[in-house]
Design a protein around this ligand. Structure first.
Ligand SMILES: [Zn+2]
Length: 85
């Protein structure tokens, strides 16, 4: 794209100013769509679901703190558990 000098400069400035704003806006809406996951290192629910394969959500037993895949705890048989993302 070759434009005359003043228009080309204006277009370049507009792109340089608008592009980060558009990117940031998209990024923010994307983060809001993901539900505002806090821990980036652990992947989050959607990240694990898409890339991690079959093991989606893990559960932590509230009695013996054992991590398992839901249902009853295989170690102590308790159903008291919380989701661990
Ligand atoms: Zn347990």
């Amino acid at each position: 794209m070759v434009l005359p000098f003043p228009y080309g400069l204006g277009a370049a400035l507009a792109i340089f100013i608008a592009f980060p704003l558009i990117l940031r806006k998209r990024y923010m809406s994307k983060m809001r769509g993901y539900g505002g996951e806090s821990g980036t290192g652990r992947g989050g629910f959607f990240g694990m679901g898409s890339s991690g394969g079959s093991s989606g959500v893990r559960y932590v037993c509230l009695v013996c703190n054992n991590k398992h895949k839901g249902g009853t705890c295989p170690r102590c048989g308790s159903k008291m558990q919380r989701a661990d993302f």
